[in-house]
Write a protein that binds this ligand. Structure first.
Ligand code: HEM
Length: 488
């Protein structure tokens, strides 16, 4: 077995051993069940500090989660892909909103409040709704959490593979919070979808395929050190893109105070998905192409169009490498991430509007990865609600709540999450391509499907069937900072 804690030359990967950076940022919790508790502090600081002191030993560190994940993967490998039994911790992490940090610090936490990322954090997601394209049905006045009249100070993320264990832990944490006078402003549960749908989001596509690699955390491939070992195409980026106080890709990092070191900004977003409507729309768009005489490859149907909209087939295989048919899944094969758009400048294979091209244009901007690499985020989302399957009875129909609990970590809310939402997802003229908005999560728009047989493009209308139902901006501080706040 390779030593996951060191690179090929035996040099340790220091961030794998961090007891300061909280778990789930660099080392994902990767659990089947998750509960997110949004907590409100009482007026008195003392019980809150006491609560924080109780919480600190329960918070998972990067070292713990990374070591567990490595052990779990090795055991799974040894058992030919079957999850090992008996390896089942319950992980917890904790982040604070601007209001929560200010409350515990007793003063303005940031010496320079004019930095764009700090401004975004201070104002919060409610005030930034317009930037993020949250309007109409997604407008913040309709949100279930994150509204101005519902203050949130802390976010607890609890994750386990066993639902019963998760529920037990969540109730213990609720009791501890209540004893200190904290109230639960909102509770969001999430779970991976059952059976073969595990690892897929509600529209049916495999999720979590493309994540950034992180220097000093991920093991570089000895033959191709810009990529993660065993994960072709997963580019290794400086840790400062995601964790404060580490080198960034370009330029100096914004001057953030010392207490932010080893912390990460977090976005928690509840995104409702109207599955039947989204697929009906893809089907209608496919029929429109046929009716209007657009020449399509033989045998291509709605799945073909939907794959173009996402940029991947349901299995996670890329359209870039499999333009017209979904390839058979090869068990144990690495994720399909060695993707370049440099030879698909016109977007005839992976359209410019495709969700994965909009949110990570890779080398499709000026021929290199530089720009796109500075906009990467670490995604830790999990679905909520039952899968859509009207034949399965109650809970599976079109009226039931379902969607994605989108959770992401990054070093700068303005330059990463908000930039993606505003400048790429909801920019119709994405790099002067007339792409339209992202047809998975963007606002209603015409998209332009360009094909070899239709290079000038065909316009198709895509309405938004992902609705924002709440957003919180928070910061997951280092354990050192949490101890300092608890001890003040
Ligand atoms: C319900 C909402 C969403 C759905 C159904 C969805 C679905 C997907 C799917 C199927 C993939 C391809 C698999 C993968 O690489 O993980 C993907 C990738 C991705 N998504 Fe989303 N997503 C949603 C929301 C978002 C949001 C809000 C953002 C950011 C603002 C986002 C950013 C990304 C990024 C960065 C990638 C990876 C692109 C790449 O590197 O190739 N997604 N998403």
């Amino acid at each position: 077995m390779t030593d996951q804690g060191a690179d090929a030359a035996g040099r340790t990967l220091p961030l794998r051993h961090s007891d300061d950076i909280q778990g789930d940022i660099l080392a994902g919790f990767r659990k089947d069940h998750e509960t997110v508790l949004l907590l409100r502090f009482p007026d008195d600081q003392r019980p809150v500090r006491k609560w924080l002191r109780l919480m600190i030993p329960q918070i998972a560190t990067t070292r713990q989660v990374a070591a567990f994940n490595a052990e779990f993967s090795a055991a799974r490998h040894a058992r030919a892909g079957i999850d090992p039994a008996g390896l089942s911790p319950t992980w917890v992490n904790l982040s604070l909103t601007y209001a929560g940090l200010k409350f515990l610090m007793g003063e303005e936490p940031f010496p320079d409040t004019t930095l764009p990322g700090v401004q975004a954090f201070i104002h919060g997601a409610f005030a930034r709704a317009e930037i993020n394209g949250d309007e109409g049905d997604s407008a913040p006045d309709h949100w279930l959490f994150g509204r101005e009249d519902q203050p949130v100070h802390a976010v607890l993320t609890i994750a386990s593979d066993e639902q019963a264990q998760l529920e037990l832990r969540a109730s213990e944490l609720r009791v501890a919070a209540a004893r200190a006078g904290l109230t639960v402003a909102f509770e969001q549960v999430g779970a991976t979808l059952p059976g073969d749908a595990k690892g897929h989001e509600h529209f049916g596509f495999k999720d979590g395929v493309s994540q950034p690699g992180v220097r000093d955390f991920d093991r570089p491939d000895p033959r191709d050190p810009i990529h993660v070992d065993g994960k072709p195409g997963t580019r290794i980026l400086p840790a400062g893109e995601f964790v404060i106080g580490h080198p960034k890709l370009t330029g100096d990092a914004p001057p953030l105070p010392d207490w932010t070191r080893n912390g990460s900004f977090q976005v928690v977003r509840r995104l409702a998905q109207d599955v039947p409507a989204w697929w009906a729309q893809a089907g209608a768009a496919r029929r429109q192409l046929e009716q209007e005489g657009v020449e399509l490859p033989p045998g291509t149907g709605t799945e073909w169009l939907a794959a173009r909209v996402v940029g991947r087939w349901r299995s996670g295989a890329s359209v870039a490498h499999n333009p017209n048919t979904e390839p058979p899944t090869k068990p144990g094969a690495p994720d399909d991430n060695l993707i370049s758009y440099a030879t698909d400048e016109n977007g005839h294979t992976t359209p410019h509007f495709a969700h994965i091209r909009k949110t990570n244009p890779r080398d499709g901007i000026a021929g290199d990865f530089k720009n796109a690499d500075t906009r990467r985020i670490i995604r830790r989302g999990i679905p909520f609600g039952q899968p859509f399957d009207p034949s399965s009875g109650a809970g599976h129909g079109p009226d039931t709540d379902r969607g994605l609990v989108f959770i992401a970590y990054m070093a700068d809310l303005a330059e990463q999450f908000e930039f993606l939402q505003q400048r790429w997802i909801n920019d119709k003229d994405f790099f002067q391509t007339d792409a339209g908005h992202d047809p998975v999560i963007g606002k209603d728009s015409d998209i332009t499907l360009k094909l070899d047989t239709k290079p000038e493009g065909k316009k198709l209308h895509f309405a938004q069937f992902v609705r924002t139902e709440g957003t919180i901006y928070a910061f997951a501080p280092a354990l050192t900072t949490l101890r300092d706040l608890a001890g003040r």
